[in-house]
Design a binder for this molecule. Structure first.
Ligand code: C2O
Ligand code: CU
Length: 579
């Protein structure tokens, strides 16, 4: 940025702080039912004075309607892309088949309509939708493509909780931005000095004098918030990304990295009508290395990127002013004491342990200490056409996230909600003991989570896992994983270890090659037997030696088979298809 532009830019910022007094918080409309039509469109919005900023929105100029969906419903979306560029719509946090996920593989070309249908399987919580196109996520979200989703279910309904939208239950989509001298949204910058909620700069919200539920979504490009009330009084955390916690958890801070959601209850009955207080971000308390803290990466590299001159970094700032008004009818006045217990999966019986390591991409421009990367996961940049992790339906896995960079990265995985087992060997804080789909991994952290890949298998279309800092994601800090179906493709199924047998090709019509991996590979095989789908023994081979074996299956009728290998007294089994 030239000196002249910097001066002009500083003038604009000044203007904003002078002319922009508090504005009523914009509350997105709702869409509910089982059929949702979303039009991805361009628009303009006046953020700075009467100057038009070009924007994107769903069914409007900026952001999108709040979708209200009941668990168990079969729902259909019609997403029409009227932009002149491709987009995708990802249902962040939803447990859906990969083809319905809205990741980089479900491109909606300019002018096209995408119509996924699926059953709502997640439990009641706060989710969101946003674009996930390769390399275009940051610009599209920053120009306005993001919306909240509220899922309801009978368990959540059984508790006395505020759930009247825009009466005692409010969506708060929190983002920070910067505009250039032409009032265009800027990306790939650390100069995002303008904070907004639901697209409103310096917002205020009238809240009734009773228990109010706030659904906080961090939809910023990279900033982490450390929310608290201006009088430091406590509130109650009731839900994390994937649903209600075991119980409300009283606290006066909640840290939220990009992509994460929490629901909190604030008891405004403790205040007088007419009183004002603020939701703040206590960014001065954020540990070093987290974007939004006073220090991140290595100072001398980050300085040039505008990080240290950004007035939001490392300081406490106001996010939203609350103006307490009279009680609404039928107010909720008590905080529940408990919800149904969230019992984490047991580590016993885990089918696979995996490690995802975050490192700077030193081959390109990434350097140790640089905030903007590029960064890699397990040393590989994202590639649409390659599969980084393969698992099988219903497998329970423990993933270890290791951050070997100097900046914190929020890790997000599609398809499933996970439980955190430990953070650097310690039990996670209560905030992280519920269902999660994003977790902030600080420099040198080692975080383990456990999850089971249930319901959906697809042998071709992968899900994503990635850093939710949009710039990092766009630059390739993302991987793919496939949940394969053991009934239609070579399962590695055995009573000892699931990963020991491989068969290819599968399906096959002539011969199959069998490979035994890991510690059994040099053992001599005692026998190979093939059973048909009725469990009848069809073929048996004895005394075979090398670690790769060809089996002629050309004489077998078309159908499903199980192949059994006896090695070191153990039976290893795998299914295959003869076509
Ligand atoms: Cu919120 Cu893969 O994204
Ligand atoms: Cu990252």
């Amino acid at each position: 940025m030239s000196v002249r532009i910097q001066i002009a830019f500083a003038l604009i910022l000044n203007l904003i702080s002078q002319i922009n007094s508090q504005t009523a918080l914009y509350i997105p409309d709702t869409l509910s039912g089982t059929n949702f039509s979303l039009t991805v469109q361009t628009g303009t919005k006046q953020f700075i004075g009467s100057n038009n900023t070009p924007t994107y929105g769903y069914n409007g100029n900026f952001l999108g309607p709040t979708l209200i969906i009941n668990k168990g419903d079969s729902i259909t979306f019609n997403v029409k892309n009227t932009l002149t560029q491709a987009t995708t719509v990802h249902w962040h946090g939803f447990h859906v088949a990969p083809k319905n996920d809205g990741g980089p593989h479900q491109i909606i070309n300019a002018g096209a309509t995408w119509s996924p249908s699926f059953k709502m399987r997640n439990e009641a919580s706060t989710f969101w939708y946003h674009p996930h196109g390769t390399g275009k996520t940051e610009i599209q979200i920053s120009k306005g493509l993001a919306g909240m989703i509220i899922v309801r279910d009978s368990t959540e309904r059984s508790y006395t909780l505020p759930r009247r939208y825009n009466v005692d239950d409010f969506p708060l989509i929190v983002q920070s931005r910067v505009f250039d001298v032409f009032y265009q949204v800027s990306t790939a910058t650390h100069e995002d000095s303008i904070n907004m909620v639901n697209g409103t700069i310096k917002p205020f919200l009238q809240v009734p004098k009773q228990v109010v539920r706030l659904r906080l979504l961090n939809a910023a490009a990279d900033r982490t918030y450390n929310f608290g009330l201006s009088d430091n009084s406590s509130f109650y955390l009731i839900a994390s990304d994937g649903g209600l916690l075991s119980q409300p958890y009283q606290t006066n801070r909640v840290r939220l990295s990009t992509g994460e959601r929490v629901e909190i209850l604030v008891d405004f009955n403790n205040y007088n009508i007419g009183q004002q207080l603020y939701l703040k971000s206590y960014a001065s308390e954020l540990p070093k290395g987290i974007i939004g803290a006073d220090s991140v990466g290595t100072a001398n590299i980050a300085i040039s990127e505008g990080y240290y001159s950004n007035p939001l970094n490392g300081v406490n700032f106001n996010v939203l002013r609350f103006d307490v008004i009279a009680q609404a009818l039928n107010p909720v006045t008590i905080i529940p004491t408990a919800f149904s217990p969230k019992v984490p999966l047991l580590e016993a019986g885990t089918n696979a342990y995996r490690k995802i390591k975050f490192t700077p991409d030193t081959v390109t421009s990434g350097q140790q200490g640089k905030v903007d990367g590029p960064f890699l996961m397990n040393n590989k940049p994202f590639n649409m056409d390659s599969i980084n992790v393969k698992t099988f339906l219903n497998k329970k896995e423990v993933w270890t996230l290791v951050n070997k960079t100097m900046v914190a990265h929020p890790f997000h995985i599609h398809d499933i909600q996970f439980f955190i087992l430990d953070i650097n060997g310690n039990l996670p804080p209560l905030q992280y003991q519920g269902l999660k789909d994003v977790i902030l991994v600080q420099p040198n952290d080692s975080i383990r989570f456990i999850a089971k890949f249930t319901t959906f298998a697809d042998n071709n279309v992968p899900y994503m896992y990635h850093c939710h800092l949009l710039h990092h994601e766009d630059d390739g800090m993302m991987g793919t994983f496939l949940v394969q179906d053991p009934n239609t493709i070579g399962i590695k199924e055995s009573n000892i270890n699931q990963e020991l047998l491989e068969i290819f090709p599968n399906p096959s019509n002539e011969k199959i090659i069998l490979k035994i991996t890991n510690e059994y590979q040099h053992e001599s095989i005692e026998s190979i037997s093939i059973y048909n789908s009725l469990g009848m023994l069809i073929l048996i081979y004895d005394s075979i030696k090398s670690d790769q074996h060809e089996i002629n299956v050309s004489s077998l009728p078309v159908g499903f088979y199980t192949l059994k290998v006896k090695v070191r007294g153990q039976d290893l089994k795998i299914k295959f298809v003869k076509e």
